[in-house]
Design a protein around this ligand. Structure first.
Ligand SMILES: O=C(O)CCC(=O)C(=O)O
Length: 342
């Protein structure tokens, strides 16, 4: 059962009230926090790139964002990243996470200076089909983000009713610390063991509506049951004086260097801003990834394809040479076994 989000639009200018509610529920849902035009600009850029990548059905207007099911792909597959790379490097995408309405909201909540994480995530979720499902399973961000306490802001690029796969929260679950997880299909590649029955809250999102949430709240996406590509972005914010993990000041999956990305930008004000702000960068705590990867290695040794996406992530992103080599060998073995079974 899914209950409605508590709507915090009426207290959006009241810092102490926002902070108290965020502490109580683990999330804040604020309607119209971002201007529609600012979101629409990013959306159009995304759709143009998606169309060039063959993801959007040309038989419909671009803004209808009707997906081509045969081109369904997912992060971190190479076919996905090839198209996604251009989206992630867009100046407009990075600029919107600094939108004064977002930053001022976090300043009000913290009552002090805010660090906007340089890393942000953008998503393109193809419609769910019998042979394709990339619905984000329930997880906590803390294990992916590390550093000091941080908060996410998630917003869809375009209208996002529940049936198009909006994000939902397990109200109050942020109080329980880091919880047990297992490997799963879907964005993130993990899911929490607990099902949080009775705690789930969500809403239909209009363009500009934002959900802000704590890095220990359990959350997940609903399946995309529409014919459209569900696009969204999630950015992270923390107190400037708290430490930030090095992964959060790197580009997405280290897909490019910042200089390479900045070369295509028109303005300079957001280039390396966190260095000028004096962000305190610390090593990323890999303990949870080490646990995830150990599970994936064990499953892969047994020929379970559930391990595949995690192995891909290790190959693309892990700093440990031996671990990357082991993941690569297991991936080759898994794929050969799959081909033999076909
Ligand atoms: O957009 C999604 O499907 C997942 C987003 C998410 O889990 C997050 O922002 O932490």
């Amino acid at each position: 059962m899914l209950r409605e989000f508590t709507d915090s639009t009426d207290i959006a200018m009241d810092g102490p009230a926002l902070a108290a509610r965020l502490d109580r529920d683990g999330y804040l849902f604020i309607r119209g926090l971002l201007p529609r035009e600012a979101v629409r600009e990013v959306r159009l850029r995304f759709l143009e790139i998606a169309a060039r990548g063959g993801w959007i059905d040309p038989a419909h207007p671009l803004e209808a964002s009707i997906a081509v099911p045969a081109r369904a792909c997912k992060d971190p597959e190479p076919a996905y990243l090839e198209v996604f790379r251009e989206m992630w490097m867009l100046e407009e995408l990075h600029r919107i996470k600094h939108h004064p309405n977002l930053v001022a909201t976090f300043e009000r909540i913290f009552g002090e200076a805010v660090l906007v994480h340089p890393l942000l995530v953008a998503r393109n979720i193809f419609p769910q089909r019998e042979d394709f499902d990339f619905t984000t399973g329930s997880h906590q961000d803390r294990i992916h983000i590390g550093g000091g306490t941080s908060y996410a802001a998630w917003t869809p690029l375009g209208e996002c009713p529940r049936a198009k796969g909006s994000l939902i929260m397990a109200e109050g679950s942020h109080r329980r610390g880091v919880l047990d997880f297992r490997l799963a299909r879907g964005a993130g590649g993990l899911e929490l063991v607990d099902d949080f029955e009775g705690s789930w809250v969500g809403s239909d999102f209009s363009v500009g509506d934002v959900v802000i949430f704590a890095d220990t709240i359990a959350h997940k996406a609903l399946p995309n049951l529409s014919a459209e590509l569900r696009q969204s972005f999630d950015a992270r914010y923390q107190r400037l004086r708290d430490p930030v993990a090095e992964v959060s000041v790197a580009t997405y999956g280290n897909m490019c260097g910042w200089d390479e990305m900045y070369a295509g930008w028109r303005q300079d004000d957001l280039k390396y801003y966190w260095r000028r702000q004096g962000a305190r960068v610390v090593p990323f705590d890999r303990q949870y990834y080490d646990r995830r990867d150990a599970i994936a290695f064990e499953l892969a040794e047994r020929g379970d394809t559930l391990a595949r996406d995690t192995l891909l992530r290790v190959v693309q992103r892990d700093p440990d040479d031996a671990k990357r080599a082991r993941a690569e060998a297991l991936l080759i073995r898994l794929d050969a076994a799959c081909r033999a079974a076909e």
